[in-house]
Design a protein around this ligand. Structure first.
Ligand code: PRP
Length: 180
């Protein structure tokens, strides 16, 4: 049953879960013999980190960051304010940042610079979705779930006005749901 505000399903629940299992297997191979600290950027990545962690077979620890932009211009300025920092020290740790969507790349560019200054042993990124066409700064993202078109996507953590995060699939929002 599709939510009435959803125009079309871009990625079904099965497609999302199956790709996450593949990513989990790939990450498990790459980090064999090590443990990995997964760092999710709240709030959208909360669902992804929960599923991904269960598909990784090497020892995993979880930590979370919350960031916010300085006003509505943040997306263009790339200035990010840390609202909640990591609880863990990451020096000499293998850190994997978990994102739900990579769009302009501005948020991640700032975060990666910040995290790199703490001298982790390694620092990589896994994102479930990537809008390659929207990138404004180059980002090295080792693990990408799906490259998606520039549509208004919601579900599986992604919101519009805090709604739709709990949909188990990724859907395209009907314009009537976000236009007056
Ligand atoms: C989304 C996403 C990334 C960021 C990506 O978060 O989780 O953090 O936007 O955009 P960028 O590549 O253009 O910087 P959002 O600000 O929507 O917050 P949320 O996760 O709480 O929904």
């Amino acid at each position: 049953m599709i939510h009435p505000d959803i125009e079309s399903v871009l990625l079904s629940e099965e497609e999302v879960q199956s790709r996450i299992r593949e990513l989990g297997a790939e990450i498990s191979r790459d980090y064999e013999g090590r443990s990995v600290l997964l760092v999710a950027v709240l709030r959208g990545a909360a669902l992804f980190i929960a599923d991904l962690a269960r598909d990784i077979t090497v020892p995993v620890e979880l930590d979370f960051m919350a960031v916010s932009s300085y006003g509505s211009s943040t997306k263009s300025s790339g200035v990010v304010r840390i609202l909640k920092d990591l609880d863990e020290q990451i020096e000499d740790r293998d850190v994997l940042v978990v994102e739900d969507i990579l769009d302009t790349g501005l948020t991640l560019k700032y975060l990666l610079k910040n995290l790199a200054s703490r001298k982790p042993a390694s620092l990589e990124v896994v994102t479930l979705l990537s809008k390659e066409g929207k990138r404004r700064v180059p980002i090295t993202c080792k693990y990408v779930g799906f490259d998606v078109p520039d549509e208004f996507v919601v579900g599986y953590g992604l919101d519009f006005a805090e709604k739709y995060r709990n949909l188990p699939y990724i859907g395209v929002l009907k314009p009537s749901a976000y236009q007056d």
